[in-house]
Design a protein around this ligand. Structure first.
Ligand code: DAH
Length: 338
């Protein structure tokens, strides 16, 4: 072993390490040069004892320097090879981000949620009922005459077993009263079904929100009006006006139809309110005592009830002129209301 040989070994080792690309190649060189069993440098170290004593210090120093140089070069080669796969590519920070799309509520759902929130503040709880109803709950108990046109096959989806797809959320009034004693204060959002031909304001499947308040103390039309006026202001803003028009429903006496002033034109007349300045939102009234009788409820009760069209509210709130837009699920359209 001579100094020249060591210089030669060093040059070769550094050249090989500089050329090593993969972690495997680097590891092979580590074994070749530093491996404890057959590595070149440990073998040279062992030969040091045979070097003449006069040359030993010099040779020892050279050997140590060689080992340090090879060890450092190995480490450098190792670092370079492990990051080689993930070569740093120039990154364009102006590229659009990779967003996770957040979902948003459908206008119909947000009207339902907002309505239940407003009525919850007044002490109403949410009741539920099935889409498939009995004839008793949907018609008989609600005092609907046997030959009332709404029972007709052309209006109602009858099922083979004599049940039907509920035409209104009003049967939930019956379910709620049968389940609890007065006072009853419930709100029920749900789907309804009618054999209607779909057009800009009608759909065979739509949503209503039913409300019922029954108590053992007198409940008047003024209570109904103030409740619905409060709801209207919360839902549409403080300037909305509410109007009651006399009407007929089999299960309320007196009965009214409830209009809100048009949210878009503030009563001036526009496309959405068909120039009238008003939009029909709900049917309502004082619960007819015959309804209490039909279900064996105490007849000295008093109550008011109402049923509102959810799509109607969504349409005036957002200025939607065709109800079908709510159900074609074109995100470009629905996103406007988020
Ligand atoms: N169920 C009626 C309809 O679909 C709306 C309605 C009217 C509900 C009067 C009521 C009510 O609770 O009292 O046309």
């Amino acid at each position: 072993m001579t100094i020249d040989e060591l210089t030669q070994i060093k040059a070769t080792a550094l050249a090989e390490l500089a050329a090593a690309k993969t972690p495997d190649e680097v590891e092979a060189l580590r074994i070749k040069y530093l491996g404890a069993k057959n590595g070149l440098l440990p073998a040279l170290m062992k030969q040091l004892k045979d070097v003449p004593p006069a040359d030993k210090p010099q040779m020892g120093k050279e050997l140590n320097a060689l080992r340090t140089a090879v060890t450092d070069a190995l480490q450098a080669a190792k670092d370079a090879s492990s990051s080689a796969g993930e070569a740093v590519e120039p990154f364009d920070f102006s590229l659009p981000g990779n967003w996770t799309k957040a979902g948003a509520m459908h206008p119909v759902s947000s009207v339902i949620e907002e309505t239940t929130r407003i009525f919850a503040q007044l002490g109403f709880t949410v009741a539920d009922g099935p889409d498939m109803e009995t004839e008793f709950n949907n018609f008989d108990a609600l005092n609907t005459a046997k030959h009332h046109p709404s029972r007709d096959e052309r209006d109602t989806f009858w099922l083979a077993d004599g049940n039907l797809l509920r035409t209104q959320t009003s049967p939930v009034q019956i379910r709620a009263m049968l389940a609890t004693k007065p006072p009853v204060r419930i709100i029920n959002p749900g789907r309804c079904y009618r054999r209607d031909t779909t057009d800009a304001t009608h759909a065979a499947n739509f949503h209503q929100i039913e409300g019922l308040y029954v108590d053992v103390k007198p409940v008047s039309l003024a209570d109904l009006k103030s409740t619905l006026a409060h709801f209207a202001r919360e839902m549409m803003g403080p300037n909305v006006k509410v109007r009651f028009r006399p009407h007929f429903f089999p299960f309320t006496e007196p009965s009214v139809e409830v209009d809100f002033s048009c949210h878009l034109c503030h009563g001036k007349g526009c496309r959405v309110c068909k120039q009238s300045g008003w939009i029909e939102i709900a049917g309502a009234g004082i619960v007819d005592t015959r309804v209490f009788k039909h279900i064996g409820y105490p007849e000295d009760c008093y109550g008011f009830a109402f049923g509102m069209g959810v799509e109607r509210i969504a349409m005036i709130k957002h200025g939607i002129t065709d109800l079908r837009h709510l159900y074609t699920n074109d995100l470009r359209y629905l996103k406007q209301f988020v």
